[in-house]
Design a protein around this ligand. Structure first.
Ligand SMILES: NC(=O)c1ccc[n+]([C@@H]2O[C@H](COP(=O)([O-])OP(=O)(O)OC[C@H]3O[C@@H](n4cnc5c(N)ncnc54)[C@H](OP(=O)(O)O)[C@@H]3O)[C@@H](O)[C@H]2O)c1
Length: 325
């Protein structure tokens, strides 16, 4: 099969290679998927750069993808050849991810892809939508709740806004750093967008609705002063990154008095139960709603270095996709 791989951590141009590798065979309990799209998420780029030191002689990057099952391993009764699927966790704790024509992976990581969705859209459903789902629903239903999704133009946030609206949130507020990003967040369904670089976020939230019941946060440490100022009693602050301030000082007494939950979420190691709930809700959302998928840039496997650089630059709005011939 044609594939991308690397054998050591480093810059994209320095370590990434493309060429032929042996086709994988599905082991017992696995399926083999002929992939047509692979998504490049920040985590894939950071892993290649060195956040996850390489533990195998060769590593095929990227966790998320979409394609068609062409073989099933012994004992697999839930899937069959010909099923269209989206896949996730393809390169978590495993050597061979989705930037290749084939992946063999546990059947539970291949989820039915509805007929109306294309491969690129299917490849968006892994890390971004699974993370958004867990952040929103880990603390119970959203019906009637007020939700703050920070960084509303981000890929995870894009789907968090949409899922929150679908789940009946009374109001979805978000933050953005530019007019273009604000417009993108509004197109996803945000009711109010606040520029967190130029405006008083806490003041505007208080004026709009007093406070919020849930916060889904892309930068926990940096946003904590605002979060503690706007979270309602019994609310929940869920965070999936804390890049600017990785070891923040924790305002224990402020949050204690409000009986607030603080929940870091890591998509790769979600419980099996949380994964099953996410699969079921995502299937219903895809069926009920008209999700907006935003593809920022498209590349072929041979252009993987440019694709990783596009994610590294951090200026894109939407997902970076590798299309696979
Ligand atoms: N824990 C997990 O399981 C998990 C899952 C997925 C992603 N992540 C991590 O989450 C981060 C975002 O991923 P992504 O795919 O959504 O990336 P992305 O598409 O690049 O979006 C990040 C967004 O966050 C905004 N942002 C950054 N700092 C902010 C702040 N302090 N307040 C408000 N907005 C802020 C950025 O916009 P501006 O800078 O213009 O404001 C950008 O729109 C990455 O670090 C990724 O590795 C973690």
């Amino acid at each position: 099969m044609f594939a991308v791989w690397y054998e050591k951590n480093g810059s994209a141009a320095e370590v990434m290679k493309t060429g032929e590798l042996p086709d994988p065979e599905p082991a017992a309990g696995e399926v083999r998927v002929r992939l047509y799209a692979s998504a490049v998420n920040p985590s894939d780029v950071k892993a290649r750069a060195g956040s996850r030191p390489i533990r195998w002689p060769k590593l095929i990057p990227n966790s998320d993808g979409a394609g068609v099952i062409d073989r099933v391993g012994a004992g697999v009764t839930t899937h069959k050849a010909g099923d269209r699927v989206w896949t996730y966790n393809g390169q978590w704790d495993r050597a061979f991810g989705t930037s290749a024509q084939y992946i063999a992976l546990p059947a539970a990581l291949a989820v039915p892809l509805p007929a109306g969705l294309n491969w690129e859209q299917g490849a968006c459903l892994g890390i971004p939508v699974m993370t958004a789902h867990r952040c929103l629903f880990a603390d119970g239903p959203l019906n009637g709740k007020t939700v703050m999704v920070t960084g509303g133009a981000g890929v995870v946030a894009h789907y968090a806004i949409q899922l929150a609206k679908w789940a009946g949130a009374a109001k979805v507020i978000t933050t953005a750093s530019s007019d273009a990003k604000a417009a993108h967040a509004r197109a996803a369904g945000a009711d109010l967008v606040i520029n967190y670089r130029t405006e008083d976020v806490a003041g505007r939230v208080r004026a709009e609705c007093g406070g919020v019941d849930r916060i889904v946060d892309v930068d926990f440490g940096r946003n904590l002063p605002v979060s503690k100022a706007i979270i309602n009693p019994f609310g929940a602050i869920t965070c999936y990154a804390s890049t600017s301030v990785p070891a923040p000082q924790f305002p224990y007494n402020d949050l204690l008095r409000l009986n607030v939950s603080v929940r870091p979420v890591f998509v790769y190691t979600m419980s099996d139960e949380a994964k099953r709930q996410a699969h079921a809700d995502i299937a219903r959302w895809l069926n009920d709603a008209k999700p907006v998928f935003t593809i920022a840039e498209r590349y072929r496997l041979t252009e993987v270095i440019a694709a990783h650089r596009a994610v590294e630059r951090g200026e894109k709005i939407g997902q970076v996709i590798l299309n696979i011939d």
